[in-house]
Design a protein around this ligand. Sequence first.
Ligand SMILES: [Zn+2]
Length: 391
Amino acid sequence: MSAGTIGVALAAGHEELVLTIIINNEYRRHMISRVTSASRRARTASTTSAVVVAGVLVLASCASPAASDSGSGGPRIVATTTQVGDFTRELMGDDADVTQLLTPSQSAHGFDPSAAQLMALGEADALVVNGAGLESWLDDAVSSSGFDGVLIDASTGIELFGTDEHDEHDEHDADAHDDEAAAAETEDSHDEHADEHEHGAGNPHIWTDPELAEQMVENIARGLAEVPGIDTAALESNEEAYLAELDALDSWIEQNVSTVPVEQRLLVTNHDAFTYFVDAYDITFVGSVIPSFDDNAEPSAAEIDELVAKIRATGVRAVFSEASISPDAAETIAREAEVTVYSGDDALYGDALGTSGSDGETYLGSQIHNARLILESWGVEPSALPEVLQG
Ligand SMILES: [Zn+2]
């Protein structure tokens, strides 16, 4: 059975779903032209087949009555990552249905939305994204879902660090980046183009600095205020309360970190996710187990040896694994360097917040957890939390 056949069978009243199934690459560009998106990457064969699969599953769910009619009846909002999902829920309270695409502990690098998620996106009034190039799959998801609501980029106005700064060895990648930039004759404006997803024009882990998280929350609140049906008074008051908590978090971390001499503030993590945290509190990032911001990469034997040598030379006392990444390489390195490894329940929350009931269930909880363990690794007993963050 062809996709076209399916489309004809269910055409009445299901135009958007049918479009998802039957449009091919040539037609899609026309049909979704109303969706304004910074860029659209060339479609890959795997994405195309995912769209067809999505269509079939969507049809199956249409067969059951009222499959998409659940929820509060408020605005329908889709958020991509666990962090922007948490920010959005803090801002909206119970006034909206928030569908979060990434699940707790799931890597944010590389992701395929499910059929049900694409359908939710197609029906959403707003889409909240981390931005900064993190969601490389986003343009395809927006296109294939037919989303035409308010697109809210939480990273708007935030200046990104490059991804090669901690990466002296990655000359091959750096050269490739330069060559392609030159070939495209867009040296100056390269960062603004779609290629940033593949080439890592900026480190996307902006949420790890609470001050930048405040900026993200403000961006999200500003975007949500544009969504029809939003209670803007409630939004403003939720925003004010949450920003106060983020501010208290930042002050608490700052005060505690300041008790440690700058030269002793050393950090080794699993991948390059804490650049903004490190910058915010004058911490020296000695290295990451995976020498990249992409957690799919694996360290080579030479890279492991080099990090072990750096740990010994600098006096780093611990290696931190991340909750969303396998701890194997971090454990190997810690063992070879004869330092403490923080993994399992003591891993840091980097790319993803934690599961329900864990310390990292919320953004605030994840940051408190991370700061406490990093302070502990430096021999510091953290002070009591400010009142606004207790309970
Ligand atoms: Zn990451």
